[in-house]
Write a protein that binds this ligand. Structure first.
Ligand code: GMT
Length: 375
């Protein structure tokens, strides 16, 4: 039997797919007997800090009178080096190259010969946005080459990365996974808390950044309500007030509700009927997969890695980007046809289990760890 590993996981603590993925990966590895050291500014959103095998290692940004803003990356590098030395880390797994791989690379310099290998997992925005910025470009290129392995969450992100950077290195595609957590409230209670009766309920969960194009989402809702009756709940990972204002400006308060500070997200998936996304780019769109795992079909734009997650028309409908009319019609079709919805939901759940299961994906990461340790 192979020995258990000591793994340092670096991720953002904020609400977002990369932090969720890194956290769930950590939980699964710990469940399988590995020791997982999560290095971040604060415990990531979903981290179960009290589980055996999970160790949270805080890295504190430094405020100093000479600095015009707090310094996050250098204290993080120092902390990673300390964690590696104190816990005989076998592999450092950075989720996002900037700042995490950059900090891990500095830590490697601090440790010297005994430094563990670094795996970088790209999630999207570091490449799509930071990759194009001159402020980061050469550093990104350098730390990607310096990583012992680079992985991307979709083929689309791999292609975007190879378009932007001239990399000697192979990139492995390891998709995301979702493992549902226990539902703790009834469908009826959750729907009642939102003021939803028998009408179909659509769900959108995101951090509402500009890239999520909530403006287009609301345009699509308007198209849909002209044709059918349904409600949409937006689970806001950030900025709820801004989106509430947008909804009020469009006079959609009777159709669109916003819930913020939601920790029991599974309760909402179990209470919803389908998901809706309107992003201009998604390397993967974990929210769609989360819904699929609960048997929810999706309506979204056909962007980035979404076509690798959604099969149109068996598990969801995709409209060309910006075509709110077509997205609205897709929403109306899902809302209007409960039988179609449930048929698509069954296919969506099957696909989530067969192609994006936690066991298979975590095993792939574990093989990748062992492979870089041997190289
Ligand atoms: O999309 C966001 O704003 C959050 C971002 C993150 O950092 O968590 O999500 C990215 O990583 C997720 C997990 O791999 C993917 O499911 C999202 O599609 C990806 N977002 C983008 O590419 C814009």
């Amino acid at each position: 039997m192979s020995r258990s590993l000591n793994i340092a996981l670096l991720c953002h603590p904020t609400i977002g797919g990369s932090g969720i993925l890194a956290t769930e990966l950590g939980h699964k590895l710990a469940e399988w007997g590995h020791q997982v050291y999560v290095v971040s500014e604060r415990p990531p959103h979903r981290l179960k800090n009290d589980r055996p095998g999970i160790h949270f290692c805080e890295s504190t940004p430094v405020e100093f009178p000479l600095f015009t803003s707090p310094d996050h990356t250098l204290p993080l590098a120092t902390r990673i080096a300390e964690v590696c030395r104190n816990h005989q880390i076998d592999v450092v797994h950075a989720h996002y190259a900037i700042p995490h791989t950059a900090a891990a690379w500095i830590a490697k310099e601090l440790i010297g010969e005994a430094a563990p290998p670094i795996i970088t997992t790209l999630h999207g925005t570091d490449i799509v946005y930071l990759g194009a910025m001159p402020e980061y470009r050469s550093l990104l290129q350098h730390v990607l080459e310096a990583s012992d392995l680079v992985t991307c969450v979709s083929n689309n992100l791999k292609e975007r990365t190879l378009d932007l950077f001239e990399l000697e290195k192979e990139i492995e595609v390891i998709p995301n996974f979702y493992e549902p957590r226990p539902v703790t409230d009834t469908r009826e209670n959750v729907r009642a808390s939102l003021g939803v009766g028998d009408e179909p309920l659509a769900l959108h969960a995101s951090n509402l950044r500009t890239i999520k194009r909530i403006d287009l989402l609301l345009d699509a809702v308007k198209v849909a309500i002209a044709n059918t009756s349904f409600k949409l709940v937006i689970l806001a990972g950030a900025d709820p007030e801004k989106v509430k204002q947008l909804i009020a400006d469009q006079e959609l308060q009777d159709h669109v509700m916003v819930a913020d500070d939601v920790f029991d997200i599974d309760n909402y998936y179990a209470a919803a009927d389908f998901t809706v996304y309107s992003s201009e780019y998604e390397s993967f769109c974990l929210g769609i997969l989360e819904g699929m795992r609960y048997g929810l079909p999706s309506a979204s734009f056909d962007v980035g890695g979404i076509p690798e997650v959604v099969e149109d028309p068996s598990t969801g409908f995709m409209a060309p980007f910006r075509d709110s009319e077509k997205l609205g019609q897709a929403i109306a079709k899902l809302a209007d046809h409960p039988e179609l919805r449930s048929q698509m939901g069954i296919a969506a759940k099957e696909r989530a289990i067969n192609c994006f299961s936690a066991d298979a994906v975590v095993k792939t990461y574990l093989n990748a760890y062992r492979q870089v340790m041997e190289d």
